[in-house]
Design a protein around this ligand. Structure first.
Ligand SMILES: [Zn+2]
Length: 327
């Protein structure tokens, strides 16, 4: 299992290089003189050709060894290949400087296939505005969505991978639907946290520090289990609903305008809070057929521009946790 596709490919490349290297003299001799001789006269060989062959050989050796190491540390050959690619093209970090007015863009429901194209577009546009973003990931089966995994791997230095439940399943309790972690016991919560962290790590190896409860609800016992995994609640100490602003109004099922979202954050900061969490969902920007509504999406781009204009800093939960623990 250690010999994933990369190690296989680089082995073949190395063999080709060795073969070409062995026959470089007669091939070169044939090209120059049009005479085919297996052991060409020595004087016909030119040093640059030998030097190039050695360089190619060393590079393929490096590729083989690195790929071997990488595929050994990640679970699937696909993520192995990605992790290897990212060693060649490192993720470019946007500047994150917390101030007294910090905005956290919290994109919930990032999951395999379910609007993942919209999630990726939102994360991409955010990073292109030089802002980091928090992806609230539903871990179950997430590694199966290769388009999503490709993006997350490439931009992992700008994205915080937060745990958003395990399967986000709503559990029925006396005919009332409740959030996945709302009624969980300590053990059941621990099991789901463990599985969730495992599935995210199988996709991309990143530290996970934040838990976003599905439906924003979590039981007392499940909250206690978070501590065992060094997880913090998405915004603790702020009441039942742990976000400040949102882009969807659940009372009348309409999109909240960018101006309105900024107003809520302004009020949050006026109250003396230094963090305004904006909860986002890819579903907020759908039309009635369930596909992306470009008009609605324009409101998200406007929100990014207004955050910049308002001179709010954009941070992740992990940045605030690091800031407070270093004090
Ligand atoms: Zn959710």
């Amino acid at each position: 299992m250690f010999f994933g596709p990369i190690t296989g490919i680089s082995l073949i490349v190395s063999l080709i290089v060795v073969l070409v290297g062995a026959f470089v003299r007669p091939i070169f001799f044939f090209v120059m003189t049009k005479r085919a001789e297996l052991f060409a006269p020595k004087r016909q060989i030119r040093k640059p050709i030998v030097a190039t062959a050695i360089v190619i050989l060393l590079v393929s050796f490096y590729v083989s060894v690195t790929a071997f190491v990488v595929t050994k540390t990640v679970d699937s050959p696909h993520t192995g290949m990605l992790a290897f690619a990212s060693t060649l093209v490192p993720c470019k970090e946007v500047d994150v400087t917390p101030t007294s007015k910090n905005v956290i863009l919290r994109l919930d429901d990032v999951q395999a296939y379910g609007w993942s194209d919209i999630s990726v577009r939102m994360m991409k546009d955010t990073i292109e505005h030089d802002m980091p973003i928090v992806a609230g990931i539903i871990p179950k089966g997430v590694a199966g969505d290769l388009m999503l995994v490709n993006f997350l791997e490439r931009q992992k230095c700008n994205i915080e991978f937060a745990l958003h439940g395990y399967d986000h399943g709503a559990i029925s309790d006396f005919d009332e639907l409740v959030g996945e972690f709302e009624l969980l016991s300590y053990q059941d919560a621990a099991l789901r946290l463990e599985k969730g962290i495992e599935e995210i790590n199988a996709m991309v190896r990143v530290p996970i520090t934040t838990f976003i409860p599905p439906q924003n609800r979590i039981s007392f016992e499940a909250t206690a289990a978070l501590a065992d995994y060094d997880l913090f609640l998405s915004k603790s100490g702020n009441g039942y609903y742990d976000y400040d602003a949102k882009t969807w109004n659940y009372n009348d099922n309409t999109l909240v305008s960018a101006v309105e979202v900024i107003k809520v954050c302004d009020e949050t900061f006026k109250k003396g809070d230094d963090v305004c969490v904006i909860m986002l969902h890819p579903q907020d920007f759908l039309d009635e057929e369930g596909v992306l509504d470009e008009g609605k999406y324009g409101e998200y781009l406007k929100l990014l521009d207004l955050i910049k204009l308002s001179e709010f800093s954009t941070v992740r939960f992990s940045d605030m946790i690091a800031l407070h623990s270093s004090k």
